[in-house]
Ligand binder design. Structure first.
Ligand SMILES: [Zn+2]
Length: 378
């Protein structure tokens, strides 16, 4: 995370993005393009269901194997999978599952020089499109990032599968996607490099396209977010749901990678300091981080009204209490602020910022959230 040292523009994306009802049943059509040796890695909880469904497409072909993925994304597991598959002539790896399955497959496929097809089963993360894997320690603590040589070859999203996943996961994805526009704006104002600069090792600034994608991501959530939640609650696939799946997966993914992350994600990292927030999803903590960003950047009341109303309508947190922090202890909030300051991504926030500013913004965002809950607005 550095100030941009050049005006060279850069943009990253997956090779192809396919999204629609029943698309998982077309998986073999896509893997066949890359060759017959295929490894399909499926989230442990979904393994039996999806192995049976996908197997029928390959009619007993011996060159196709299945494997289940349980637990964290760890360096040890990635290394052992690389050792197992290196030099075996695997043409493509397929990930069927959530962020942990996706990040494991991306790192392994990249290392053994195979194609990667990502089939997310939830729209709670923007991992499917990006050119990096986040690796954790056995105990769940963040360890490091693996930057890939290329973004995934194909992202294959089956909207029906997303519609059948818990609504809270889609909402959490909306919380993550909510940050994309505001964080892209921070990066632009502070003249920082785009996120892909770290991945590639070259100083790049965002393209016009990436900035428009970030705006479109926000607009789509405001327009269709609540309708999409209703669709998932009823396990139905509607146009609004398709739009929000695209916002959570494609627009948010492209937006963060080709612009950057900032205070909302930094506050998320700070909040993980408090064990009580552990049971909340990434996107739920990021959503509260967006409210803190609005306070830090002193956004106009119209925008604040729109964002708070949106969060309340879909059930994203607007107060610390919504994140399990019922009692506000000033020392604890300061500890969150200090942890927030320790993350390099806070640097993309325009102007000088100190832990005290973050602490005050957290307390203010929470207080405004309580006001909205009582029915008042700014
Ligand atoms: Zn995120």
């Amino acid at each position: 995370m550095k100030l941009a040292t050049s005006k060279t523009r850069g943009f990253a994306s997956p090779g192809k993005y396919i999204q629609g009802r029943g698309e998982i049943d077309n998986l073999s059509f896509y893997t066949d393009k890359f060759g017959e040796n295929v490894v399909i890695i499926i989230d442990g909880l979904l393994f039996d269901r999806y192995k049976a469904r996908i197997e029928t497409q390959y009619a007993g072909r011996k060159s196709v194997s299945f494997r289940r993925k349980d637990g964290e994304v760890t360096g040890a597991e990635i290394d052992s999978l690389i050792l197992e598959y290196r030099g075996k002539g695997i043409n493509s790896f397929v990930a069927v599952g959530g962020g942990k399955t996706i990040d494991t497959v991306k790192a392994v496929a990249n290392a053994v020089r195979a194609r990667m097809i990502i089939a997310p089963t939830v729209a709670s993360t923007d991992a499917p499109t990006s050119g990096l894997s986040v690796v954790y320690k056995e105990n769940g603590e963040h360890s490091h990032e693996v930057f890939l040589d290329n973004n995934p070859d194909i992202v294959l999203v089956d909207s029906e599968i997303i519609a059948n996943a818990p609504a809270r996961l889609l909402v959490s994805g909306m919380g993550d996607a909510l940050s994309t526009y505001f964080e892209a704006t921070c990066t632009e104002k502070s003249s920082f490099e785009a996120y892909i600069s770290d991945e590639i090792g070259v100083s790049l600034v965002p393209t016009l396209l990436a900035k428009e994608i970030a705006k479109l991501c926000y607009k789509t959530l405001m327009r269709d977010g609540l309708k999409a939640k209703h669709a998932v609650e009823n396990k139905t696939v509607t146009k609004a749901l398709e739009n929000v799946i695209e916002a959570n997966t494609l627009l948010s993914g492209l937006g963060f990678e080709s612009c950057n992350v900032s205070a909302a994600h930094a506050v998320h990292d700070g909040l993980t300091k408090l064990p009580r927030t552990k049971k909340f999803y990434h996107g739920e903590k990021v959503a509260f981080g967006v409210l803190v960003l609005l306070a830090l950047e002193n956004y106009e009341p119209e925008i604040c009204n729109e964002v708070y109303r949106f969060c309340l309508s879909v059930g994203l947190p607007v107060t610390l209490g919504d994140l399990g922090i019922d009692e506000i202890v000033p020392e604890e909030i300061m500890a969150v602020a200090e942890e927030t300051m320790r993350t390099p991504i806070i640097k993309t926030l325009p102007g000088a910022v100190h832990a005290r500013d973050i602490c005050d913004a957290i307390i203010t965002a929470d207080s405004i959230g309580r006001m909205y809950k009582s029915g008042k607005t700014l």
